[in-house]
Write a protein that binds this ligand. Structure first.
Ligand SMILES: [Zn+2]
Length: 789
């Protein structure tokens, strides 16, 4: 009976997608990821090749069998998700070469499963879309009700990308989808305050198709549609804000056309099963429908540019036309704002600063108010006229700003947001104890005035009258060369008042709490942004393998733990390069090549297992020793030198670097000279950028007082770059440093074991024995070697 009833009620849905088998190669299951939107959830299974699978829906259970497959090491056996549509995924190998996913669903969930091919750096994927039609219907009804009722002005904000589709990615790993969501939320807050009715096409990290974005705007019968993006270009030089409206004829220029084409790919990257890739607009039809809306869009776009000009440079002074698919809204004025370039290092830093995001949001809010004023927004017109961009004011170092303390603020976050320090704030406001601030209090934030220069460096400096590049460089301890390189300045005299200069990223992040508890819907990218670190760093700190492998309530450590365990091997996936793997695990390409006996950088293949550490016996010295430094993205030699109390020249000499710009993220730099011969003490020392008398004194093992006396210096701050400083004899020196029988040598670039053996008058064999080396080829620059005679 029971069996009969069961078979009667079970909805049996079997779907086979079979492909010609390709020998015995198994499809590797790389990863399982998931996102959730208010009315749907998505699970994505990354695979090494196109997978064949069968699905079976049994009441509230969805079973997906993947044939000829194997689980790769990163995949867990259980995922507790707690999304509205799905609570749990269990992964197991059922029989030989079949992997089964059991997905526990909520009631009334409809499912759709499909394959997505490789695109850009995305591997093959099986996508499981879980939708909740009842909620979808409720949402639609609600939108239409609001649209019909609409007394207030309705604006739909559209943060670009999301979920599978990260959008542009900056050098520091900043993802466009995170940045634009932050800006949109900021903008929503400002517009709600002004009395507008605001809706978003997405309010979390999930994929929304271009079609659906437009549908949402039409259901609300929106008065305005604003899509928010951050640009990327193939050249790092490109920068500035721009505004686009839909154009059916030719795009304004080739660049705009390409940009639109890349944005229109969003559906394919993000995986919309219904995406129709040939976006052809019938010009005549569109013309009839859209003339009015297009004119309005251009007019609103121009107003937006006027406002954006006050917070950032403009890429184009006029509204550009391009065939952006998301702007295809027949009767709603729609614009797309490219806020700044994530591909430009300077603008990436700007986009990462809250002050700048707020400025951008303000500019758009002010444009809305001008273009479409309503009674409740009128009062803001005057305020807007007087608005001082925060990212400018602080950097300009001229005008103080007053900040009203909000609930949940603390001095650390306020300081970090404004590019200043806690000490500066305490002094400026005569605050005795850090905890003595309260919501509603007005705090004075002195512009650019930094009490303790070692505490924090603002990300950006705005050139003021009388500034020279030298002065800016000296003030922030950056070398001229670095400053010119970071900002792409060709001649040192080519700076102008108001120009914003990116300084090297601060050497240490502003003080931050020790841990962060993940809130619902938060992404690692957002959290990283909040604390001024990169997603990769955050992942490393917490040993997280994939960015979406996090859950609400999880406690994340925000500091680097020296002994954080990491995976022992990495399985190469589509799009991996040795460089990328090295960066991910904080190693150098050379190390990886050495550990895995790889002869050429390009010789890696999908599914290859790459060892990340040598067996314990092979490396007598910890890889991460205090005498080496791994270059991070955005690091400059000047910055590294300063952090480690060295001069740029010393660093270059120690690492045999010929040109200052020739460092790369992941490179391991030697910080100390442990070779037998110690540098000869010169009679004169030439002061380099960022050097203080203390450093020079320490370097030559003399006191500051001695140096001042020998050079007739009146004040310890009165030294300048290029000055020659006499180094007095140090009477107290003379303690021996090298032991007679055993010494440590740091391998330099290009060193071979043979060369070292010759140099120290020993043999390769004894070096290998003393250092537990298995092969004479297994040495790398920066490695410490015991020299035994
Ligand atoms: Zn975009």
């Amino acid at each position: 009976m029971k069996r009969k009833a069961l078979s009667f009620f079970i909805l049996l849905l079997v779907l086979f997608v079979l492909f010609p088998s390709r020998g015995f190669a198994l499809t590797g299951i790389i990863n399982i990821r998931h996102w959730t939107a208010p009315d749907n959830s998505r699970i994505v299974i990354d695979t090494t090749s196109e997978a064949s699978y069968a699905i079976l829906k049994d009441g509230e259970k969805l079973i997906v069998d993947i044939f000829q497959s194997e689980l790769l090491p990163d995949v867990s056996s259980e995922y507790l998700i707690g999304m509205p549509a799905v609570s749990k995924i269990t992964v197991k190998e059922v029989d030989k070469n079949t992997t089964r996913l059991e997905i526990d669903l909520a009631k009334n969930v409809s499912t759709s499963v499909f394959n997505l091919g490789e695109i850009l750096d995305k591997p093959h994927r099986i996508v499981i879309d879980l939708s909740m039609p009842e909620i979808e219907r409720q949402e639609t009804d609600e939108r239409i009700r609001i649209g019909v009722e609409g007394k207030k002005r309705i604006i739909v904000l559209d943060p670009g990308h999301g979920g599978e589709d990260p959008g542009a990615i900056g050098l520091l790993g900043t993802q466009e989808k995170d940045i634009v969501l932050q800006i949109a939320r900021e903008l929503r807050e400002l517009l709600v305050e002004r009395g507008y009715k605001i809706f978003m096409t997405r309010d979390g990290d999930y994929f929304v198709s271009l079609e659906q974005r437009g549908r949402i705007a039409r259901q609300y019968n929106a008065d305005l549609f604003i899509s928010i993006h951050a640009d990327a270009a193939t050249t790092r030089q490109a920068r500035g804000s721009s505004v686009y409206s839909l154009s059916t004829i030719a795009a304004s220029d080739e660049a705009s056309r390409l940009l639109a084409a890349s944005q229109n790919l969003s559906d394919i990257i993000g995986g919309d099963p219904d995406s129709n890739n040939n976006f052809e607009v019938d010009p005549i039809l569109l013309n009839m429908l859209q003339t009015e809306a297009l004119n309005k869009a251009r007019s609103f776009g121009s107003t937006s540019l006027e406002m954006l000009k006050r917070v950032n440079d403009l890429k184009f002074n006029t509204v550009q036309g391009a065939p952006f698919r998301v702007l295809r809204l027949p009767d709603i004025p729609a614009i797309l704002v490219e806020t700044a370039y994530l591909s430009n290092p300077q603008e990436e830093l700007l986009l990462r600063s809250k002050a700048f995001r707020r400025d951008i949001a303000w500019a758009v809010a002010a444009a809305v108010t001008q273009y479409m004023p309503i009674p409740s927004s009128l009062a803001f017109l005057e305020k807007d006229a007087q608005y001082r961009p925060q990212s400018h004011a602080v950097a300009l170092g001229k005008k103080d700003i007053i900040y009203k303390v909000k609930r949940g603020d603390n001095l650390e976050t306020i300081a970090a947001d404004h590019g200043t320090t806690v000490r500066t704030l305490m002094e400026a406001n005569k605050i005795k104890s850090k905890n003595r601030i309260y919501a509603g209090q007005s705090l004075k934030i002195p512009g650019g005035y930094i009490v303790d220069e070692t505490d924090t460096t603002p990300a950006v400096y705005t050139v003021a009258s009388g500034d020279t590049l030298e002065r800016v460089a000296r003030r922030y301890g950056v070398s001229m060369a670095d400053l010119m390189r970071i900002n792409n300045i060709q001649s040192k005299d080519r700076i102008y008042i108001g120009q914003r200069l990116a300084l090297a990223p601060p050497s240490s992040a502003p003080s931050r709490p020790a841990a962060h508890v993940i809130a619902r819907g938060e992404t690692l990218g957002e959290i990283a942004l909040q604390y001024g670190i990169t997603t990769a760093q955050l992942m490393r700190m917490n040993n997280i393998k994939a960015p979406d492998r996090i859950f609400a309530g999880q406690k994340l450590s925000l500091s680097e733990s020296p002994s954080s365990p990491r995976a022992e091997t990495h399985v190469v996936t589509r799009g991996d390069t040795l460089e990328r793997i090295a960066r991910r695990y904080d190693m150098t390409v050379e190390e990886l090549m050495r550990l895995n006996n790889i002869q050429s950088q390009n010789r890696i293949y999908i599914d290859q297992k790459i060892a990340l550490s040598a067996p314990p016996s092979a490396s007598p010295f910890p890889a991460r020793s205090a005498t080496t430094y791994v270059v991070l993205p955005g690091d400059t030699l000047g910055g590294i030198a300063q952090k480690n109390d060295l001069t740029v020249a010393e660093l270059m000499r120690l690492n045999n670097i010929k040109s200052q710009d020739r460092i790369y993220a992941g490179q391991r730099l030697v910080l100390a000279d442990t070779s037998a011969e110690s540098p000869a003490r010169p009679e004169k020392h030439v002061v380099t950028s960022g050097e203080a008398l203390e450093q020079i004194a320490r370097r030559y093992d003399v006191t500051v007082a001695d140096l001042m006396e020998a050079n007739n210096l009146q004040s310890r701050d009165r030294i300048y770059v290029g000055q020659k400083i006499s180094i007095p004899e140090n009477l107290g020196a003379g303690a021996g440093n090298a032991k007679a029988t055993e010494q440590i040598y740091t391998v330099g670039r290009g060193d071979t074991l043979e060369g070292i053996a010759k140099r120290f008058n020993t043999t390769i064999e004894s070096l290998m024995a003393a250092n537990n080396l298995e092969s004479s080829n297994l040495i790398f620059a920066g490695q410490k070697i015991i020299i035994s005679q």
